[in-house]
Design a protein around this ligand. Structure first.
Ligand code: SAJ
Length: 398
């Protein structure tokens, strides 16, 4: 089949290259000329384990080609960003542009799939409606479905194949077409529903996690006030057969969990009270960590503060919405002391000068653990002797 994947980011690029290595002829479309050029060279512009090898082999085989504009295909997959604006409202401009860009190429019999995380109704009201306005007979001439991506950054390539998928068409014929397509490369089960339910399933998954992390983050603040070790508290509470509390941290990052719940809130501001509060609790956590560091450093003359980790979670090189990054920036802006930043997953040459782990610790008075990267997990209590440790990740140094 000829497949056109619009948007070559964290979801589009792995999907396009996977489909290419399955023998399909894939055009990957991106508005950034640098991204197009990088991929056509067989390189990648994002950090994800094994993606470099997959893209190289897809491009070298001739099955994957990147371009600035879509062309004719049997299946179109839209995987463009759906960010939130300053007022936390969804910005669907990339979905609108992508649908507009494929419109001149769509032919009878084509299937158009939206994978971008989207507010309920987007597949019907933006994608299907644009195609109808362009003269297409959605449901009998052209098929339109929503299939949310559910892959975990750091494990994208395995989860793309192994995860169960939810497929929801704007009508039964579209659902059936999309279901048949995903069956060709997904090992997990495929569950069929309508497009609105599929859209809400995706938002629900990430809001569920956000609410549960907010509960853990709130507990960590209560425990800190009362001198209780929150990690021990959670470990013990989780021995109850029906309690399963997630882990507190310095806040919630990444481009999904910190963003998607706002789509629900924006659609139902009066009703989505818990989901909104969870977002607010998680968004406030970095500032709480900053305050704690400032209070700890207050009695020191020239405090040197080692910040361990910058990325949004363990063992990834992704800085999107990272609470650790926000904390480090705030500490620098407020001149809390000399800040030593250690981030083993990023190259030197970015916003901050990076310091090796050993050097950062040996020079520091205060060690702030912001991300639970594997090299940090190997630290022993003896490595940190004499330091004041603020551990936002519950590392339990042995
Ligand atoms: N975090 C905690 N405590 C926890 C778990 C996570 O503080 O107990 C923090 C992490 O440190 C990170 C953030 O939450 O800052 C999000 O990390 P994550 O690993 O929970 O999730 P993401 O954002 O990397 O990927 C999520 C996944 N969604 C769910 O697990 C429901 C993934 O399956 C989705 O495909 C992805 O969002 C997405 O693209 O929507």
């Amino acid at each position: 089949m000829k497949i056109c994947v619009v948007g070559l980011g964290y979801i589009g690029l792995p999907t396009a290259s996977l489909l290419a290595t399955k023998g399909h002829t894939v055009t990957g479309v991106d508005i950034s000329p640098e991204v197009v050029e990088t991929i056509n060279r067989g390189d990648i512009h994002i950090v994800e384990p094994d993606l470099d090898i997959l893209v190289k082999s897809a491009v070298q085989s001739g099955h994957l080609h990147a371009a600035g504009e879509p062309d004719e295909a049997d299946i179109y997959i839209i995987s463009v960003p759906t960010p939130i604006g300053a007022g936390q409202e969804p910005d669907l401009s990339h979905v609108e542009q992508a649908t507009g860009a494929i419109l001149p190429h769509v032919r009878k019999g084509n299937l158009v799939i939206l994978e971008s995380t989207s507010p309920v109704g987007t597949t019907e009201e933006v994608v299907a409606q644009t195609l109808r306005n362009g003269g297409h007979d959605v449901g009998s001439g052209v098929y339109v479905a929503y299939c949310p991506e559910r892959v975990l950054p750091g494990k994208i390539l395995t989860e793309l194949i192994d995860n169960d998928r939810i497929v929801g068409g704007v009508d039964d014929a579209s659902t059936a077409k999309a279901e048949a397509f995903y069956r060709t490369f997904v090992r997990g089960s495929i569950f069929a529903t309508d497009s609105r339910t599929a859209e809400m399933v995706k938002l629900t998954e990430n809001a569920y996690r956000d609410v549960n992390i907010a509960f853990a983050n709130e507990l960590s603040i209560l425990c800190d006030r009362d001198g209780i070790d929150v990690w021990e508290l959670i470990r013990l509470a989780n021995r109850h057969p029906r309690v399963d509390i997630l882990s507190p941290g310095p806040g919630v990052g990444g481009h999904c969990i910190a963003v998607d719940p706002w789509f629900i809130v924006a659609g139902a501001p009066e009703e989505a009270r818990l989901i909104r509060t969870a977002r607010e609790v998680n968004d406030a956590k970095p500032e709480w960590v900053v305050d704690k560091v400032i209070r700890t450093a207050a009695g020191m003359e020239h405090p040197r503060i080692a910040c361990l980790g910058l990325t949004y979670k363990a063992d990834v090189g992704d800085l999107r919405e990272s609470p650790a990054l926000a904390i480090v920036r705030k500490l620098q802006q407020r001149h809390v002391g000399e800040i030593l930043i250690c981030e083993p997953n990023l190259p030197q040459g970015g916003e901050f000068e990076l310091v090796g782990l050993e050097a950062a610790i040996s020079r520091a008075d205060i060690v702030v653990v912001l991300v639970d990267h594997t090299p940090f997990r190997r630290l022993k209590a003896s490595d940190l002797a004499g330091k004041t440790v603020i551990d936002t990740r519950g590392m339990q140094f042995g």
